[in-house]
Ligand binder design. Structure first.
Ligand SMILES: N[C@@H](CCC(=O)N[C@@H](CS)C(=O)NCC(=O)O)C(=O)O
Length: 220
């Protein structure tokens, strides 16, 4: 298989979690123009949406959208399962991914645009209001995140793939804005982030994202 992706983007991380956990071999292709204004060119033939990730199967069929790819991999390669059997627990996995995508990532998006501009031009009031919005979204997560070492229950699920890279941004990237400590008042979420790296697959994903993040912040 081929995975069109970048290590900086949080969305392909959840797909890599599935591929690593299920032991599926894949080649990484980094398309142009994902984090800069380089033309995307023929990448639109791969994925008309123009975003990463996209997964190309060995027979040439290509699937975009991280959540859809993970569901496909789950159906096509059920072992080991990354969705619990119990319907309620399955719903919790989907709920945590949804909270991450709809509330946390959406609140972060304006800050991705801010960092693309020189720090002298940063609108501090806008930054502060986005950080408040991210804090509010993290409180939604706090209400549902598991306390047994993983996002849901005692084993790896799709929810870990969704949450890991986002909480890593909270911990390792948001401090550049010098806002409040967003872990304060969210002990379950902080405990999850501090311990999830004990899982070897999560540790590998955290390392990959950290390398990309540090490079993007000019520290790589
Ligand atoms: N809903 C998509 C979101 C993917 C996405 O927004 N990826 C960003 C990178 S973080 C991207 O490819 N951006 C390129 C662009 O918008 O031009 C998914 O889950 O796969």
């Amino acid at each position: 298989m081929k995975l069109y992706q970048t290590y900086l983007s949080p969305f392909p991380t959840r797909v890599r979690l599935s591929l690593y956990a299920k032991g599926i071999e894949f080649e990484v292709i980094e398309p142009p123009g994902i984090h800069d204004d380089t033309p995307k060119g023929s990448y639109f033939d791969v994925n008309p949406i123009g975003r990463v990730p996209a997964l190309e199967l060995d027979d040439g069929r290509i699937l975009p959208e991280s959540e859809v790819i993970c569901e496909y991999l789950e159906d096509a390669f059920p072992d080991p399962p990354l969705l619990p059997k119990d319907p309620w627990a399955r719903a919790q996995v989907r709920l945590l991914s949804r909270i991450s995508d709809i509330y946390i990532v959406m609140a972060m998006l304006p800050l991705f645009n801010v960092v693309a501009t020189p720090p002298k031009s940063w609108d501090q009031a806008k930054i502060s209001s986005q950080l408040d919005e991210i804090g509010e979204a993290l409180s939604f997560l706090e209400a549902y995140i598991g306390k047994e070492g993983y996002a849901v229950g005692r084993s790896l699920t799709h929810a870990d793939g969704a949450l890991l890279p986002i909480l890593q941004l909270v911990d390792e990237w948001l401090p550049i804005f010098r806002g409040p400590n967003l872990w304060t008042g969210r002990p379950k979420t902080e405990a999850y982030w501090r311990t999830i790296g004990n899982d070897p697959i999560c540790a590998r994903l955290i390392d990959e994202t950290r390398t990309a993040l540090q490079k993007s912040m000019g520290r790589g």
